[in-house]
Design a protein around this ligand. Structure first.
Ligand SMILES: NC(=O)c1ccc[n+]([C@@H]2O[C@H](COP(=O)([O-])OP(=O)(O)OC[C@H]3O[C@@H](n4cnc5c(N)ncnc54)[C@H](OP(=O)(O)O)[C@@H]3O)[C@@H](O)[C@H]2O)c1
Length: 290
């Protein structure tokens, strides 16, 4: 797909990865619809992109403030797409729950699944008629390595991303031969505010690499530029572990069991500060505490 003049909707556009997506896709000549809950951040991001690329008013990103975990929020997004048109839907908004599953509240677990899995499924369902009306269209679901490897202390998150991967695979097969391509892009750990200080410290202790969000955005551009829908995983060892986990899960069980002490050290409720916030406009690539 040639991205020039395509209208691309990005959910979670103000986050670390969403900001990088917006930047790279705008550089490719795409028109953007940016979705997040914070209107001030959306407006700031839209202005920054417009100023950096000297975009005329009719090419500037359209900010849409909406909570996509609610029916009203989804309706707001669909309304904006009906007005603007849409060629590509990027289901990127997501959140993480780091810590032991039995310490997490049912409400927090339900909200995570709503945002990471149910919202992308519903948004896709609501926007498919519009996507089918375009000569070529695409859906990109942003998953995770943990959507293929169930990981301790990320239980609900892993489950939501496994679901998103299954959704992507089934829909890709259902839509094969149509003009709508379905992609699933799975980053490994990436330096954004999604990961609080404890997660960053745990990744360092375990030797897990963390990518720059722009690297994920470059992969997205390559994925959309390709001819076929498909899965794309970032990171060499991670790709290998995904393979091993699907063929020989017992090996991965044993490897993660050896790391459980370290994971426990960082995931325990005493050592965790779950109040990490982000501000991608001022510092899109670095997680920080308030
Ligand atoms: N960072 C990583 O290590 C990593 C690794 C693998 C996969 N991923 C995936 O990459 C995607 C982006 O993550 P990120 O690292 O960029 O996270 P992030 O920096 O925390 O950004 C999350 C984005 O989602 C938006 N959002 C949150 N709740 C929302 C809601 N209810 N309605 C609408 N928008 C909402 C946030 O904006 P507001 O809060 O202003 O609404 C923000 O724009 C996620 O799906 C994540 O699972 C991340």
């Amino acid at each position: 797909m040639n991205l020039q003049d395509k209208t691309i909707l990005i959910t979670g556009a103000t986050g670390g990865i969403g900001c990088a997506f917006s930047q790279r896709l705008a550089e490719q000549g795409a028109r953007l619809i940016l979705v997040g809950r914070n209107s001030a951040k959306l407006a700031q991001e839209s202005s920054l992109i417009s100023a950096t690329l000297s975009l005329p008013v009719n090419r500037q990103p359209v900010p849409v403030a909406a909570d996509i975990a609610t029916d009203e929020g989804l309706e707001t997004v669909v309304q904006a797409c009906s007005e603007q048109g849409v060629d590509v839907l990027i289901n990127n908004a997501g959140s993480q729950l780091f810590g032991f599953y039995e310490e997490q509240s049912p409400a927090a677990i339900a909200h995570l699944v709503q945002l990471n899995l149910v919202a992308p499924m519903l948004l896709t369902s609501l926007l498919l008629p519009l996507l089918h009306s375009r000569p070529e269209a695409a859906i990109v679901n942003i998953g995770s390595t943990f959507g293929s490897i169930g990981h301790p202390a990320f239980v609900a998150y892993s489950a939501s991303k496994f679901g998103l991967r299954g959704f992507s695979e089934a829909l890709r097969r259902e839509l094969s031969g149509s003009t709508v391509k379905v992609h699933y892009l799975a980053p490994r750990a990436t330096r954004t505010a999604l990961n609080d200080d404890q997660v960053v410290a745990m990744n360092e202790a375990l030797g897990n690499a963390m990518d720059d969000p722009l690297l994920v955005a470059d992969e997205l551009v390559r994925l959309l530029g390709g001819k076929r829908g498909g899965n794309r995983f970032l990171g060499c060892p991670e790709k290998l572990f995904v393979r091993i986990n699907s063929l020989l899960p017992g090996l991965v069980d044993r490897a993660l069991a050896k790391q459980l002490g370290t994971i426990r050290h960082f995931a325990g409720s005493d050592s965790r500060d779950s109040n990490s916030v982000h501000n991608c406009i001022t510092n899109p690539h670095t997680a920080h505490k308030p």
